[in-house]
Design a protein around this ligand. Structure first.
Ligand SMILES: [Zn+2]
Length: 214
């Protein structure tokens, strides 16, 4: 319990260092729920009901204010996804729903093909926002975010955010904007190539403060 208190203190202190102008006005960040909390257990039940295979991970607190609380390892969401590590249960659940309810139907509509692999660019990572020293802790530092770089279709075609977002192919551009927009209805914050140069090659989804969709 004392580790959790230190974590909370660290987050408070961290918050105190952030210039006001850099804070988002909508809502303060909230610490993810612990592994044994009612919220997390309810989330596990939802995942199971929705046919998602996962493994619950023990709470972990790291140096630098980083943590993985109430996190899961997704094992099978119906579509293979590379490079997924610890994710808070709410992010994992929304991610699985996004793949099932938005990505697959959008690929079918745009290309007449299903997505056979999604290339993630990671989940937990202890780093500041945009990897820039001095910025506040990224939601990745709380295992509360996931980055997606590309989608591989059943015919082997690879749709990447880097090449497709502003590429020549209208269908690809629409597909990427469709799945970005669908993310905005499920996650707290969604960032893509239109947000800033740091996101030119991936879509970022997190369950931190929000809503923010760009
Ligand atoms: Zn990210």
């Amino acid at each position: 319990m004392s580790r959790l208190v230190s974590l909370l203190l660290a987050l408070l202190l961290l918050g105190g260092c952030i210039p006001k102008s850099e804070r988002r006005p909508e809502k303060e960040a909230r610490v993810p729920a612990a592994a044994t909390s009612r919220e997390t257990l309810q989330c596990h039940a939802n995942l199971t009901r929705e046919g998602v295979k996962f493994r619950a991970l023990p709470d972990q607190v790291f140096a630098g204010g980083c943590s993985a609380l109430g996190a899961v390892q997704l094992l099978d969401i119906g579509t293979p996804v590379t490079n997924l590590k610890a994710m808070t249960c709410p992010v994992a659940r929304q991610f699985a729903r996004w793949v099932r309810e938005a990505v697959q139907p959008a690929a079918d509509a745009a290309f007449g093909r299903s997505v056979v692999r999604i290339e993630s660019m990671g989940t937990y990572s202890c780093r500041p926002v945009n990897g820039q020293a001095g910025k506040r802790l990224s939601e990745h530092g709380r295992a509360n975010a996931v980055d997606v770089g590309a989608f591989v279709l059943a015919d082997g075609r690879r749709i990447s955010v880097l090449q497709g977002w502003n590429g020549e192919d209208e269908k690809v551009r629409r597909f990427l904007r469709d799945v970005h927009g669908a993310g905005c209805r499920r996650f707290g914050i969604v960032l893509g190539p239109d947000a800033n140069a740091f996101h030119r090659d991936h879509l970022h989804f997190d369950m931190g403060r929000g809503p923010y969709c760009r």
